[in-house]
Design a protein around this ligand. Structure first.
Ligand code: MF3
Ligand code: CO
Length: 254
């Protein structure tokens, strides 16, 4: 069932979104060569608690996962696309790091992600990351009342394929509200003019993940969570939670 949100509910999601955005910016600042992923996760845990919020990911246990998610952030390095578990890996110069954060206050979730360069990255990584951010912007711009889910999917896919990048099959965005993952699903590939009509009050996370090689293949690693590219090429990931409103799409994770 798709739930449309009142202005008051959208404002509550925006409160959580503000916490998520401040965590992403602090973790982005802290992410540097020599830093452990576990240190970044601890920073996020502290900030979320200090804001009076709770982490959405910690303990989350969808039916497809062998264990509940064991951390606050998803930290995905290089060929890890999403859902990387923060461990004792030490970031190195040239790594491409995706930081994904979810938090909730009074039951309302916000969910967002950014990809950042660790030290200096090569030009190919910069282009991959910038194009993924552009795919997110294109997806958000398509989220207006009266448009369809497929318009968002098509906008993302056009940017990604147009630049020669791959898109992991089966991974995409989702409704957000009193659950972190709700209906509808928001695929990163699809045809314009198809799918559910977008109405005022719809709150969704839009999250393109682009693969450098142009191939789409991905698999789940042995930890049961981390999604990696099949060919080992790098991926980037950006995400915002947005509301569809009469005034156009509103980004709630800023
Ligand atoms: N933004 C990610 C997603 O929507 C967050 C995953 S959270 C996890 O899939 F708990 F499932 F890891
Ligand atoms: Co998400």
């Amino acid at each position: 069932m798709v739930i449309l949100r009142s202005q008051a509910e959208i404002d509550q999601i925006r409160e959580s979104g503000r916490v998520v955005a401040s965590v992403l910016s602090a973790v982005s600042e802290a992410a540097a060569p020599g830093v452990l992923l576990s240190e970044l996760d601890a920073l996020a845990a502290e900030m979320i608690a200090a804001a009076g919020a709770k982490p959405s990911f910690l303990g989350y246990h969808p039916s497809w996962a062998p264990i509940p998610y064991p951390a606050v952030l998803c930290l995905s390095v290089n060929d890890a696309v999403v859902h990387g578990i923060p461990d004792h890996y030490r970031l190195a110069e040239g790594d491409l790091l995706s930081i994904d954060c979810g938090a909730y206050i009074e039951g309302y979730h916000g969910d967002a992600a950014v990809t950042v360069a660790i030290g200096q990255v090569d030009e190919a990584a910069q282009r991959l990351s910038a194009t993924t951010a552009r795919a997110l912007a294109a997806g958000i711009a398509a989220a207006v009342p009266g448009a369809r889910i497929g318009d968002i999917s098509h906008a993302i896919e056009a940017v990604a394929r147009g630049a020669g990048y791959g898109l992991p099959a089966g991974l995409g965005g989702h409704g957000v509200g009193t659950a972190m993952h709700a209906e509808p699903s928001v695929p990163n590939t699809g045809r314009a003019g198809r799918g559910m009509v977008l109405r005022e009050g719809l709150v969704i996370a839009i999250e393109p993940m682009l693969i450098e090689s142009g191939a789409d293949g991905c698999h789940t690693a042995h930890d049961g969570w981390t999604i990696r590219t099949d060919d080992g090429s790098r991926a980037a990931h950006f995400e915002h939670t947005i509301a569809v409103t009469a005034a156009g799409p509103q980004i709630l994770t800023v």
